[in-house]
Ligand binder design. Structure first.
Ligand SMILES: CC(C)(COP(=O)(O)OP(=O)(O)OC[C@H]1O[C@@H](n2cnc3c(N)ncnc32)[C@H](O)[C@@H]1OP(=O)(O)O)[C@@H](O)C(=O)NCCC(=O)NCCS
Length: 197
């Protein structure tokens, strides 16, 4: 995922950094390739992401960062306390169907970081690009990613077969969509204050 992205029309082109409560999302540089390769080189990640190879070598990370530099800042390195923990971004490999993708180093799973990074990237996408839909997919055997997508407001849209590089074959993937309308409703939905009478 996130390897081959021609930059579509964006409202502004400057590189940007996204800050959330616990995370900083920024453009990866060549200084990050060692960390990216160390985090990504795990079969449990490769088998759940379409384009990540396994084993994932430092050269893969170099190519990835160079491609990103040419294409624009559509992929973010995720940092927690200045430590790289994974990647998130939007891929335009299908030009009219931008797709959210993400992965975290295994030692960082299960702490809500995936959802936090996905939400920040979704906000960035709808605020910066003139698209009405963001797409995403999770292997039918990947309930964790499905959970992340549903917590972000994505709705299931069907099952497709997709090729996964690390598997060397195609496998069923649950497809999801998030519309600008749903995203905007979720952003505006503030909680009622509770009073005791
Ligand atoms: C997908 C991934 C980024 C999730 O990151 P994460 O930080 O662990 O996710 P979060 O903690 O934000 O949320 C995971 C949710 O799934 C739930 N979950 C975890 N394992 C689950 C399982 N086996 N069944 C059902 N739900 C599960 C968690 O409880 C959590 O939900 P909750 O907050 O309601 O409790 C991480 O697992 C990963 O990198 N996987 C490999 C790559 C991948 O799958 N990428 C996505 C496809 S592009």
């Amino acid at each position: 995922m996130l390897q081959d992205i021609p930059t579509p029309t964006r409202r502004e082109t400057s590189s940007c950094v996204l800050d959330t409560e616990r995370l900083t999302l920024r453009r990866p540089t060549l200084a990050d390739v060692r960390a990216i390769a160390r985090l990504a080189n795990d079969r449990r990640i490769a088998e759940n992401t379409r384009r990540l190879p396994y084993p994932y070598l430092q050269d893969h990370a170099v190519n990835f960062v160079r491609t990103m530099a040419d294409a624009g800042d559509n992929a973010f390195l995720i940092e927690n306390n200045f430590v790289p923990i994974g990647m998130v971004g939007v891929s335009w490999s299908e030009r009219d169907a931008p797709e959210l993708g993400y992965w975290l180093g295994v030692e960082h799973w299960g702490q809500g970081f995936g959802t936090e990074a996905a939400r920040a990237t979704i906000d960035y996408f709808f605020e910066e690009f003139d698209f009405d839909q963001l797409h995403a997919g999770a292997r039918v055997t990947n309930p964790t990613s499905r959970n992340v997508l549903e917590k972000c407001g994505f709705q299931w849209s069907g099952v497709e077969l997709h090729r996964f590089e690390a598997l060397g074959s195609s496998t069923p993937v649950d497809r999801f969509r998030l519309s600008r309308g749903v995203w905007s409703s979720l952003k505006n939905w503030t909680s009622a204050l509770r009073r005791v009478r």
